[in-house]
Design a protein around this ligand. Structure first.
Ligand SMILES: [Zn+2]
Ligand SMILES: [Zn+2]
Length: 730
């Protein structure tokens, strides 16, 4: 990339988001264009968006090459972004066109900035003042020089729009045309800093110093639940803003963003830009444009916020870095945590990975000296980690169809008597995981997947948790036609709600599960009500493990601590350990000490024992030793290959052929396992076969995989997905 400007008529190579495997040559338009410019180009009969990626190759008949139609009115893509997309594509084996789609996921980028009318305080005072007029002027005075749309002013003042328009005629309110996408308000890094504990202050200074170094670095910020990690990394954000650089905070769950945005506003005086699926299309476009022109200082968002066109990115915080939702599981398969590190390394930016229970990957990077470790040891205020104990289910007296042991029941009763909250944790949505026919033994499954349908009594339907298909609860068995013989087997959170209500009929019981709410707002409102004490007993899925504060909670009961230990996932132990620690961390956050009780049939299991002992270092050391011995991540490399097709024969044939023709993999010492039916062998009517490739950590896995996969011709209906560093094995 030598020339950065192309004159009219020069050949340019343009990357488009169309599924082509090459750049397309065009002539630079009148006035020329810069390297990285976003352009509109003709493609057949269509006009498509593209980015000027370099000089054209010139290997076509020059007379037939068409011109770029126009250069779009957005900031050109910076070189560091082009490098980031290229390296991310190489790492994930994704076509560049798909990477460009990820980087341009905002509507209307090609359109000219549209205008709208905005309203602000005028310089006249109306001769006759009314209550309604005073309200409007009051609102505009309160917000200083800020401007609003007609609807916004009217709503904030609680008056009709005609009142505002009347004031415009009198010159008391001014009406102007302004671009629809406006800059985000300035954040003030010195607005609302909280008093920090000594622990926090030291941590904050370490992060600030790292930022001032103006170089790349990654810090693992580890702190138990309630240790105040957020306050500490917000100080790093503040320092980043003072330096005039942009900051990004990634959150694993949109449901958490509302609470988080409020904390940002309290700290910096204004709200930041938001980027996630809950944001309107208009707001997405605004965010994309403003980030690109440097008019958004802080973005709070989901993983895809990494692909926004930052001008000067100085800091990326990945909150709850261990969370599995950072791995995108369809389309481009990438892990946002790892891509954040890549992006920061290219930009000379700092990364903060925050977690109470870090991933083994990050733990190993600290051990290897790649990341710096920063630990907050004390919980905020007087609270300490809860006392943990196992309930040995082999000796508990359990009537059939019940799941709360007598020991847990007694502990809950004590909390009720003291007016404290209990949390009953079960990581299973719905009423019951299995619907079984008592006459013939048939279990109701999904028509499109090899998965059982889960009864959701609240919705009065059966639901497939793989594909989302639902159907009404049948009254007769679909297999043998027996009437009224279907019964629910096993517990889900809804059923736990029933059992707990029967045990404690006078208690206020709430079930917290993401599928019980019509909107994120409704869920948030309910969580707030619970936190304020509106409930005695909360029954929840892993939703409750994710960062919500319940200050009155002093008991956590885990219904099935063994649940996550089943299955073939190499991270099963790690996930169980993290989840149990996170859930237990909900107890005793305020002044009262907490207790966590784990119901288990295998109290001597190594993972259960290390959870109870609370000895993290020894858990991680043991887990690391086991993975090292097995040569699996993070000490070896893996890639999953999923072949899927409506035609079962075709997927197995191709899988077998791939296993046979493994030359390119053997060259780098990698091994292929499979083909085997994927653990869920059919999803949405497609049969799935998987192969697993294992290699040494230093092996050039991506090149070998590309060479290997390139040998095969895929039948029309067959899809191949390559998943580097797979997180899930379904
Ligand atoms: Zn039956
Ligand atoms: Zn299904």
């Amino acid at each position: 990339m030598t020339d950065s400007f192309f004159h009219e008529g020069d050949l340019v190579g343009v990357l488009t988001a169309q599924p082509l495997d090459r750049l397309l040559d065009y002539k630079a338009p009148e006035g020329g264009c810069h390297l990285g410019a976003f352009v509109e180009v003709p493609l057949g009969p269509r006009k498509v968006l593209g980015v000027v990626w370099g000089a054209g190759k010139g290997d076509y008949d020059r007379a037939k090459i068409r011109s770029v139609i126009r250069v779009l009115d957005v900031a050109p893509m910076r070189e560091e972004m082009r490098v980031f997309l290229t390296r991310a594509a190489e790492y994930t084996l994704t076509p560049m066109t798909a990477m460009l789609r990820l980087a341009t996921r905002a509507p209307g980028l090609g359109e000219a900035q549209s205008m709208r009318k905005i309203y602000r305080l005028g310089d006249q005072t109306p001769a006759r003042m009314t209550d309604a007029r005073e309200k409007v002027l009051g609102v505009l005075r309160d917000y200083g020089g800020l401007s609003f749309t007609l609807g916004e002013v009217a709503e904030m003042a609680g008056v009709g729009t005609s009142v505002v328009k009347g004031l415009v005629k009198l010159g008391a309110v001014s009406e102007e045309e302004a671009p629809r996408d406006v800059p985000y308000p300035q954040l003030d890094p010195d607005y609302g800093g909280k008093a920090l504990s000594a622990d926090q202050a030291a941590g904050a200074e370490t992060l600030r110093a790292a930022l001032r170094s103006d170089t790349y670095g990654t810090t693992l910020l580890k702190g138990v639940t309630g240790s105040g990690k957020t306050e500490v990394y917000l100080e790093a954000v503040a320092e980043c803003l003072r330096m005039g650089r942009q900051a990004l905070v990634l959150l694993p769950e949109i449901a958490l963003s509302g609470e988080f945005i409020n904390r940002v506003e309290a700290r910096f005086g204004m709200r930041p830009a938001e980027w996630h699926s809950g944001v309107t299309m208009t707001e997405r476009r605004r965010c994309w444009r403003m980030v690109g022109q440097g008019d958004a200082q802080l973005v709070v968002g989901a993983r895809s916020a990494l692909f926004l066109p930052y001008q000067n990115l100085g800091l990326i915080v990945v909150d709850e870095e261990h969370d599995t939702s950072y791995k995108q599981e369809d389309g481009v398969l990438y892990n946002a945590r790892d891509m954040a590190v890549l992006r920061a390394a290219i930009n000379g930016a700092q990364v903060v990975l925050a977690s109470a229970t870090p991933s083994l990957e990050s733990w190993a990077n600290v051990e290897a000296g790649k990341y710096t470790r920063l630990e907050l040891t004390s919980r905020f205020g007087a609270a300490v980690m809860p006392k943990m104990a196992a309930i040995d289910m082999r000796v508990e007296d359990m009537p059939a169809g019940t799941w709360v042991s007598p020991t847990l029941r007694d502990a809950m009763r004590k909390r009720l008597e003291k007016g404290e909250q209990s949390l009953i944790f079960l990581n299973r949505r719905g009423y019951a995981p299995i619907t079984l026919c008592r006459a013939c033994g048939h279990q109701i499954g999904c028509d499109h997947c090899d998965a059982r349908m889960v009864e959701h009594r609240f919705l009065k339907r059966l639901m497939c948790h793989q594909c989302g298909e639902t159907k009404p609860l049948p009254t007769k068995c679909p297999s043998c036609d027996a009437e009224d013989r279907l019964s629910a087997v096993g517990p889900g959170v809804e059923r736990m709600g029933e059992e707990v209500t029967a045990l404690f009929p006078d208690a206020r019981v709430a079930v917290l599960s993401s599928d019980l709410y019509g909107s994120a707002r409704a869920m948030k409102a309910h969580i707030e009500e619970i936190a304020e004490g509106g409930t005695d007993i909360v029954i929840g899925t892993q939703l409750v493990a994710k960062g919500h504060n319940f200050p009155l909670l002093t008991l956590v009961g885990v219904i099935d601590a063994d649940l996550g230990l089943q299955g073939s996932d190499l991270r099963a132990a790690e996930r169980t350990f993290q989840l149990m620690r996170q859930v237990a961390g909900r107890a005793g956050r305020a002044e009262t000490p907490g207790e966590a009780l784990l119901q288990t049939y295998q109290p001597e299991h190594a993972v259960i024992r290390s959870i109870l002992a609370g000895d993290e270092e020894s858990f991680w050391a043991a887990e690391a030793a086991e993975r090292k011995a097995a040569g699996v991540p993070p000490y070896g490399r893996m890639a999953g290959i999923i072949l899927s097709s409506p035609n079962v024969q075709e997927v197995f044939d191709l899988g077998a052929e791939m296993a046979r023709m493994d030359g390119p993999l053997r060259q780098i010492g990698a091994q292929v396992f499979g083909p085997a039916p994927a653990p869920i062998a059919r999803v949405r009517g497609r049969h799935r076969v998987r192969l697993l490739v294992k290699a040494e950590k230093s092996a050039p896995l991506q090149q070998a995989l590309a060479k290997w996969a390139g040998q095969f011709r895929l039948p029309a209906n067959l899809r191949m997905a390559i998943d580097i560093d797979p997180q899930s094995f379904y």
